[in-house]
Design a protein around this ligand. Structure first.
Ligand SMILES: C[S@@+](CC[C@H](N)C(=O)[O-])C[C@H]1O[C@@H](n2cnc3c(N)ncnc32)[C@H](O)[C@@H]1O
Length: 336
């Protein structure tokens, strides 16, 4: 596969060297081959070659934002944040409508994943969680709470406002988010005695060591835009087995529905891989199947901000967990 990719890369570079007028017509294909080739180089650990390849690419396409974004993403992957910020800034200043450049820039600048801000501004989500937590603590008599993936600490904060709550264990695996949660808990004095912050992955928590006993309410928002990307299944299965009281323990949320719909958007497609017969002439994929890179299987977008985005099919439920992970209905959890 690598030889084929390197052959494809050399072919398209030679073609452009011979006739630079083909530049615009070849742009989409060029970016695609560039990306595949560099992913292959990355798998082989040939970091310097990746940078040289991008140097060549930028000779043809100058300041093309999408190529700059690909380059910036490699810098970010290799923890070369300063260079990544520089490249994403260039991509964004070249094209201020480029949503991806803007998001990448924010991500690498803050090191706090952008979706934390989106989640915290999602009032419907917050209110659904607040109501469900309040319901189980005040009416459901659940007094010991485990907040898995506390992030900024918002769900622990909601639990701490309930009069019946006795103790809250807030678990967070990410160091930066843990520091933020500590600040939030510190600022909210009433949380001091109630909340214990634990910097660990929940699957490493040991009852009797990290927490004194099993909890009777687990709250957790580790559902990414595609539901399973944050390891919700492993985490909940582990929590149910090891961290939650067997009798009457509850998990919020307890049910998931994944809806799917077809869409049309040149903008979104240009950020993904599009294979068509034109490409077959240049890349030799007859005996290969393209699969998503497992570390980043999907992405989410605010589609209402994408001008050419259009839903072209009906929406239907592709997956519904009709058997709750822990039985017991949660009221007012329409959204999550
Ligand atoms: C989607 S955020 C939710 C943050 C916060 N609970 C909220 O609702 O705004 C998920 C957080 O959980 C953390 N996380 C995911 N799985 C975890 C696990 N098994 N144990 C501890 N932290 C986890 C991530 O680092 C991230 O900060």
């Amino acid at each position: 596969m690598d030889e084929k990719l390197s052959e494809s890369w050399n072919l398209i570079v030679e073609e452009l060297k011979e006739d630079i007028n083909k530049k615009e017509a070849r742009k989409e294909l060029f970016t695609f081959v560039l990306k595949c080739f560099c992913q292959e180089l990355e798998r082989k650990g040939k970091i310097e070659e990746i940078l040289k390849t991008f140097e060549t690419a930028l000779k043809f396409y100058g300041q093309d934002s999408n190529i700059l974004i690909e380059l910036g993403s490699f810098f970010a992957k290799f923890n070369r944040d300063i260079e990544a910020i520089d490249i994403f800034s260039q991509a964004y200043s070249n094209d201020e409508n480029n949503l991806r450049a803007y998001q990448c820039l924010l991500n690498v600048k803050s090191k706090i994943a952008r979706w934390h801000f989106q989640m915290l501004n999602d009032e419907e989500r917050n209110e659904s969680f607040r109501k469900a937590i309040n319901y189980w603590i005040e009416k459901g008599d659940k007094k010991t709470v485990l907040d898995i993936g506390t992030g900024t600490g918002i769900l622990s904060l909601y639990a701490s406002k309930c009069s019946q709550v006795k103790e809250i264990f807030a678990v967070e695996s990410d160091q930066i988010m843990c520091t933020i949660a500590a600040k939030v808990f510190n600022e909210n004095k009433e949380m001091d005695k109630l909340v214990k912050l634990i910097h660990k992955n929940s699957t490493e928590i040991i009852v009797g060591k990290d927490i004194p006993r099993k909890c009777n309410l687990v709250v957790s928002e580790i559902l990414d835009c595609g539901i399973f990307g944050e390891g919700v299944l492993e985490t909940f299965i582990h929590a149910k087995e090891h961290l939650l009281e067997k009798d009457g323990g509850k998990i919020v949320p307890h049910k998931v529905i994944v809806n799917v719909a077809g869409y049309n958007s040149k903008f979104l497609c240009s950020n993904s891989i599009l294979l068509n017969e034109t490409f077959n002439e240049y890349i030799f994929l007859d005996n290969y199947r393209l699969v998503a890179d497992r570390s980043d299987p999907y992405d989410g977008e605010y589609v209402d901000k994408i001008k050419d985005f259009k839903i072209v099919t009906n929406t239907c439920a592709a997956l519904e967990s009709y058997e709750p992970i822990i039985s017991g209905a949660v009221p007012n959890m329409n959204h999550w």
